[in-house]
Design a protein around this ligand. Structure first.
Ligand code: CMC
Length: 391
């Protein structure tokens, strides 16, 4: 009170205490609970990392088995929520469906008391378990195929691929290269401290609102092209550029700030160096394409664009490097995932971070309601009776 700082876009405002993710922007470092994200991608299962983020430490074998079982049990989704899918128009964007169906989970679980530890655990594990199922059902709805139920014998990544691509007509064998790629994608996107969607979840949760509704708010915030929607926007940009020889013209348009043209998948509020997640993704994309025997012309365009940008004064001066979204879409395309599902996959993974951050906020009593101020620039006080009204 008495102090007021004007910080639009919250560029230098710390909003909470958190022990989950550490980012060193200038050095390009990202740690989950102290573990470097690239190491986790190499050595851990997505669900182990989910446990790490939510609970705070690496699980013992027994803890992991128990957690896996709990998540599997929660993968069943209420049939009433499943029924909702039949009412969306066939061309509805899967992110629009996700906002609706995750919000609808709060109808089924409206009894939740955020201040009760057991209730919080249930909310977090249910969301981690159900959001991937809802994601795949959003896809199946968009192509008019029957929705597949999860299977207890499959890992988290395998289940995702199964629910996306299996049909009741034929046996589906999960490709291990695809499962590894999904596992890596999941880990890379799980948390990233106080970004727009996580801050949205925290602010929504600070009023003690139902956690399912708070996560739906996070999904809405993630959707935009400046945030999670960038992975979809990168592919559209690369398709528009078309081939490597068109890269210089495109870069010139970006530098001239032509009609708001931006190099999508580049730049970050915190990283002023190569995003460590993008480094992993870049290695992964070439490896996955090679292992699957796919030659995607967009990879060449992306590589050329990166090379040109990283050697250009405009990008060097502003410290603009590829972020996690730059190469991820090319990898997802190789796995047969349509562009409209890219941001949904980001949401599915980030759900782990959102629930971990929400749980941390409530558990640690950081529940003072989020309430930023403003600089008022409207009219001075006047009287309605004397006002003439607009022309
Ligand atoms: N292409 C061209 N110029 C850029 C870009 C870009 N991608 N990003 C920033 N700039 C310029 C910007 O025009 C400004 O220039 P000037 O100083 O001449 O006005 C300067 O760099 C600083 O940019 P800013 O907009 O103030 O940076 P910000 O921290 O507000 O925005 C950002 C960060 C990620 C929204 C922005 O870099 C961007 O729009 N990038 C493209 C979209 C994208 O890839 N988003 C994914 C972010 S990472 C994953 C996630 O968060 O979901």
């Amino acid at each position: 009170t008495g102090y007021f700082s004007y910080d639009p876009g919250f560029t230098c405002t710390g909003s909470c205490l958190s022990g989950i993710t550490f980012i060193d922007g200038p050095k390009g470092v990202c740690l989950y609970r102290g573990f470097a994200v690239p190491e986790l991608v190499e050595s851990a299962e997505a669900l182990e990392v989910a446990y790490l983020l939510l609970v705070g430490d690496k699980p013992s074998t027994q803890q992991y088995m128990q957690f896996r079982r709990e998540i599997q049990q929660h993968m069943l989704v209420h049939e009433k929520v499943k029924a909702m899918f039949s009412n969306f128009t066939i061309n509805a964007h899967p992110m629009a469906i996700m906002v609706a169906v995750i919000g609808a989970l709060s109808c089924i679980f409206s009894e939740l008391d955020p201040l009760n530890e057991m209730h919080r655990w249930l909310a977090c594990t249910r969301l981690i378990a159900k959001v991937p199922v809802l994601s795949c059902w959003a896809y199946k709805t968009s192509i008019g195929q029957p929705m597949m139920y999860p299977r207890a014998d499959l890992s988290f990544a395998e289940n995702f691929l199964y629910m996306m691509f299996a049909t009741p007509m034929e046996e589906y064998k999960v490709n291990p290269v695809a499962a590894r790629a999904i596992n890596a994608f999941m880990i890379l996107h799980m948390d990233h401290e106080q970004n727009a969607s996580t801050s949205t979840v925290r602010i929504a949760g600070s009023s003690q609102a139902n956690p399912y509704a708070c996560i739906a708010a996070g999904v809405a915030s993630l959707w935009g092209p400046a945030h999670g929607g960038a992975n979809e926007a990168v592919i559209k940009m690369l398709e528009e550029i078309g081939s490597a020889e068109n890269v210089p013209t495109f870069v010139n348009d970006v530098k001239a700030k032509k009609e708001g043209v931006r190099l999508m998948g580049f730049g970050h509020r915190v990283y002023k160096n190569y995003d460590p997640r993008a480094k992993v993704m870049k290695g992964l994309v070439t490896q996955v394409l090679k292992e699957l025997g796919i030659d995607d012309p967009l990879l060449k365009v992306a590589q050329e664009l990166e090379k040109v940008a990283l050697n250009d004064e405009y990008f060097v001066q502003r410290k603009l490097y590829p972020n996690v979204d730059y190469y991820s879409g090319i990898m997802l395309r190789a796995l047969g995932i349509p562009t409209s599902m890219f941001t949904v996959m980001f949401a599915m993974s980030r759900t782990v971070g959102w629930v971990s951050q929400w749980n941390e906020m409530v558990a640690e009593g950081q529940m003072r309601i989020g309430r930023p101020r403003q600089l008022y620039v409207g009219p001075k006080q006047r009287t309605w009776r004397d006002a003439k009204g607009a022309n």
